[in-house]
Design a protein around this ligand. Structure first.
Ligand code: SAM
Length: 286
């Protein structure tokens, strides 16, 4: 049991809490600013299936032929679909039924055995089977109880766990827009370095590779991308033209779709064999 006070874990939780939107802004928002568009993540999964990335390479080197992959926070499966060149079975966990439907459809097209678990990790972990490799891409900045989340990932991976995340909080790209439309200064942290600090505190020593990810042109219509950002800013639809104008320098049109410029990401991974015997956060697991 770790006797060290989990200061990195507490700092992580506090840094995420600082992203709460002030009630005065939230109560005027005509639609929820949270949530992920399924269209964007379905395109991400389709695009990912054709790409080789450091995250995919690390997963494939640990994955046995006809092995199994657990994808936590799967969305439409951008983390696991590229692994179907070797995997025979996929399990996807996500709280969103629409995402799970998209995941099932992608896995069906890839011709692998597939199972989905609707729920939030780590609560859903007790009803989720283990796999050879566990992947979890672009989920951690949604997760306040990071130690418990990571421990359940480790427990479910027979060989390796691979995380992918942006180097900085993904919503920090909107910070200048919050200042412009609401006069509100948003946080900048936490960052991938803070994830590493939480992992180390939990007894996991991850390997790490930093790289630049081409972001997917995930919207077939520019106006849908603009509306998504406008919703994130808690603004009504009539503000779309102003948001479009504010975004004009950073929307990228590519492959018949619209998206954002490339961004810095980090792949973190660790092998189960190297964590055996550690009991991360037994006493502080919140
Ligand atoms: C940014 S998307 C990433 C989806 C996919 N991994 C990818 O890289 O395209 C985050 C996904 O994580 C899911 N999610 C958020 N918090 C979660 C949690 N605690 N447990 C499981 N899934 C979660 C969301 O519903 C969403 O589908």
């Amino acid at each position: 049991m770790s006797l060290v006070s989990p200061t990195a874990a507490i700092a992580w939780r506090r840094a995420l809490e600082a992203w709460a939107i002030p009630e005065t802004i939230l109560e005027k928002a005509p639609e929820s600013p949270w949530g992920f568009p399924v269209e964007l993540f379905a395109r991400r999964a389709e695009h990912a299936a054709t790409r080789s990335t450091p995250s995919n390479a690390r997963a494939l080197e640990a994955l046995p032929v006809s092995g199994s992959v657990l994808d936590v926070g799967c969305g439409a499966g951008a983390a696991s679909m590229p692994l179907t060149v070797r995997a025979k079975a996929l399990v996807g966990v996500d709280p969103s039924p629409a995402m799970l439907e998209a995941f099932l459809s992608q896995a069906g097209a890839a011709g692998v055995d597939v199972e989905v678990v609707e729920g939030t990790w780590p609560d859903a972990s007790a009803r989720t089977p283990s796999a050879d490799v566990v992947v979890c891409h672009h989920v951690l900045y949604n997760v306040a109880p990071l130690p418990a989340f990571v421990r359940a990932l480790t427990e479910h991976g027979r060989r390796r766990v691979i995380l992918e995340l942006t180097a900085e909080h993904p919503l920090s790209v909107d910070n200048d827009l919050w200042l412009r439309f609401h006069g509100l200064r948003r946080p900048t942290g936490p960052t991938a370095d803070d994830v590493v600090a939480v992992l180390r505190e939990a007894g996991v020593q991850p390997e790490r590779e930093a790289w630049v990810s081409e972001s997917v042109a995930g919207f077939s219509r520019r106006e849908d991308l603009v509306a998504w950002i406008r919703r994130r800013l808690c603004l009504p639809p009539e503000r779309d033209p102003e948001v479009d104008e504010a975004l004009s320098g950073r929307i990228v049109e590519r492959e018949g779709g619209f998206g954002f410029p490339p961004r810095d990401v980090v792949t973190l991974w660790w092998d189960r064999s190297k964590t055996e015997g550690t009991v991360p956060y037994a006493a502080h697991d919140r």
